[in-house]
Design a protein around this ligand. Sequence first.
Ligand code: CP3
Length: 320
Amino acid sequence: MRQAGRYMEDYRKLRAQFSFLDLCKRPDLATEITVTPVERLGVDAAILFADILLVLEPMGVGLEYAKSDGPKIHRPVRTGVDVDRLVDFNPQEELSYVFDAVRKICAALNGKVPLIGFAGAPFTLASYLIEGGGSRDYRHTKQLIYSDRGAWHALMERLARLLASYLNGQIAAGAQVVQLFDSWVGCMAPEDYRDYVFPYTRLTIASITPGIPVIHFSTGTAGLLKLLREAGGNVIGIDWRVNLDQAWQKIGYDVGIQGNLDPVALYAPSPEIRRRVENILRRAAGRPGHIFNLGHGVLPETPVEHVIEMVRAVHELSMR
Ligand code: CP3
């Protein structure tokens, strides 16, 4: 999950000097931002400092990280003509700054912990492209599906191929695990997921370099778990809206599970955090293949000490 960010003072200091995109595009800074939380928090893996929306910038849609209300796409995709107008680009060239960062981070980590590379899943990226930012009801996204299925399928196929190439570039540069974030796919009905999303998530995952573990993450998808599992991934990442034991039973014990502490729990006093960690570990029941994580990214203003205490609690309570 997102583990760097504005809740950390070191990040805020750098962020005061550089724009978010500049931080992503400077491999030296991206390395520092990736490695600091590993040391500070004591987590067992690093996640690349980048963003799922970076792949949209070379498409020519006007990506901006606005100060207050999150990322914005200035020229959203609303029609088939808009889809055709998207710039085709080679991720190995246009996103080479990400691969440079991966190489630098791996050198800095020096094998201490693995590096997780990542990308957004086709649906979540399509939803940003179409809505122009975050959304409550995904009205424009669903409208494109309803009104121009051909354009939707064309867009999703382009995204799937782009994302596979992008992830494979991260793997070639040294990422040992990759995570695919389908953060907003929980808005889809199961049948619509199957028809309009599943083929492209599956294509993306099936195109990833063999032998590299894939974490397939989403939120609000208790009703989609079987389909998500079928779409692929060695590990399914879940949020807190579903009990971990029930989710694991649904997806099957032959795949791993990641999750699922509510990030808001990190505002609670430490005994409460520990109690909630313990509850999740009890549900995992010591089975191999559980990656303890939050159910979504760390929220701004989360006390860093509470994150450290959570990590400590996980280590203590899961010791064998
Ligand atoms: O440790 C890390 O921080 C890893 C890097 C990382 C970021 N974004 C950095 C970031 C990762 C893994 C992401 C993934 C991401 N980005 C997702 C998928 C995971 C999830 O949380 O669902 C999504 C949906 C995004 C899109 C995105 N980027 C949003 C919604 C926002 C704004 C939210 C916010 O907290 O401001 C961003 C910006 C962003 N990405 C920040 C960071 C550190 C904050 C930017 C800033 O400094 O202003």
